[in-house]
Write a protein that binds this ligand. Sequence first.
Ligand code: MRU
Length: 359
Amino acid sequence: MNVKYKPQDLTRLPRSVEYRDKAVYMINQRLLPREFKVEAFKTVEEVAEAIKNMTVRGAPAIGAAAAFGLALYAETSKAKTKEEFFEGLERAYETLKNTRPTAVNLFWALNRIKRLVEEHKEDPLEEIKKLIVKEARKIADEDVEANLRMGHYGAEVLPEGNILTHCNAGSLATVHLGTVGAVVRVMHKEGTLKLLWLDETRPVLQGARLSAWEYSYDGLNVKLIVDNAAAFVMQQGLVDAVIVGADRIVANGDFANKIGTYMLAVLAREHGIPFFAVAPLSSIDMNLKNGKEIPIEERSPEEVLTCGGCKIAPDVPVYNPAFDVTPHKYLTGIITDRGVVWPPFKRNLRKLFNDLAKP
Ligand code: MRU
């Protein structure tokens, strides 16, 4: 893959998640679009709470935030013995793990560091601490590289014209650039993106608050619609392809993404519109056979009963699943950082991982 562009060619935004001076720095996504604020998080508990309350959200971004949470523990731990340090590390791991259940990147990042520590458990404590910080930084840097590659792969296979996306799989949802974000930014750079349709994405409004903010900030031609308008826009012939991010893709190609994604996939099929998921390998969980096995997060009724802090419904019972599962039969292809995976997904995903495991 010939990567033509650097991140700074594609966005004016800074990284969403960074680590320096014993603190995790993150853009507070709850405040956008009213206020752009980078905040410092100085304890593991603060990082975990930021993941839970969606100060930081988006699968790769929460993976990086959790990794930096462990880096923070490593650099601030007052443990006097290795044993004490490992006990504290396990507590930090559990605290960060028990935040959001659906996006696999969180577990992928935490387990990657845990495995590394296990392999080096006989090393001097100071070395182990450095190793954790280095690995967390590597996870973040690799995410940016993966996004760049997906951006280029995606722009090669997507048709020129109008693209529709859901939620926010942009720079804010990752360390930098985004998954969908990288694809539409490369298309914009190359002049093949005419219009980017953005679904509002109730109840948390990631499309309206975050995607509309970040893509317009970078000069992309965007148009915001309410979620209910997607079918009509497709019926009018105004959408050439749909691309969405993924919180967890499983071995047969079924995938979890923001609630409403499944609805779009069915609509795209009805209207003969290509439908792609864009995700790095860190979002692919080969341990689960099909989408029924993905744990789906349910969030508070408040998100549905209110909008922008205003009460919009009486206190009736609410069902608020944060994600849904799209069966793989609706997917045209999966754009990964190692190329585009086409059907049959079960065979081709297995082949991709087998090929990568070869020396
Ligand atoms: O609940 P959120 O805002 O964390 O959900 C985010 C999504 O569903 C994204 O589409 C997904 O994480 C992919 S981000 C590159």
